[in-house]
Design a protein around this ligand. Sequence first.
Ligand SMILES: Nc1ncnc2c1ncn2[C@@H]1O[C@H](COP(=O)(O)OP(=O)(O)OP(=O)(O)O)[C@@H](O)[C@H]1O
Ligand SMILES: [Mg+2]
Length: 225
Amino acid sequence: MIRLQDVCKSYFLGDEEVKAVRGINLEIKDKEYVSILGSSGSGKSTLMYLIGLLEHPSSGKIFMDGKNVSKLSDKELSKIRNRAVGFIFQSFNLLNRFTVYENILLPTKYAKESLDFNFRDRASELLNKFGIWDRRNFFPNKISGGQQQRVAIARALMMKPKIVLADEPTGNLDTKTGNEILGILENLNKEFNVTVILVTHEKDVAKRTRRKIYIKDGQIVEKYL
Ligand SMILES: Nc1ncnc2c1ncn2[C@@H]1O[C@H](COP(=O)(O)OP(=O)(O)OP(=O)(O)O)[C@@H](O)[C@H]1O
Ligand SMILES: [Mg+2]
């Protein structure tokens, strides 16, 4: 369970304050499939970074499973994040100097000693599951966009996270491939027991999730206009 209490996030550009997120109260329960819908610049990505513990709130509190995590150090946060959260991005964010297989293994790099599962078996299972086993020794720039996004999903799932956050995961894909990726995300909470939070500016994408959170000018609103 994730809870945000009066969360604000401002960025400063010189003297100018940009209020990206303004007083968000929000609770997302385990195994929910939620979308965050809003227009460009409304604060969706910022909200996602806050939920995913990539950013500290300027004010307010963030609770994860009842524990206040908003005051933890960067080191403590990165430890929780590595275990609990998987990220998927519009531009896939794979590392082109590593193979598909190596990319999927990256999240295990800093936690190998303490893993309670065999990371090689896990990687193979995910490669098979997402139909990219035959691409495991390819470099990411040699495979299709849809395949790259499936690699990114496999990487996000590597550490068996409780939460997967996807920021415009279909933004760089054609409609058919995008729908396949949405189908995979839809299945994640059923098959892998994860909470899936999908950030999008497209109503048609948000329509597929069970719960929609509308955001405008950094605030949650009742209706998306
Ligand atoms: N690092 C930053 N420094 C300064 N301002 C920022 C920064 N990141 C975001 N902003 C500003 O905060 C506001 C919200 O940005 P955010 O990226 O969260 O919007 P978004 O809804 O994800 O937009 P998009 O759909 O275009 O990705 C915008 O006005 C943006 O310019
Ligand atoms: Mg964004």
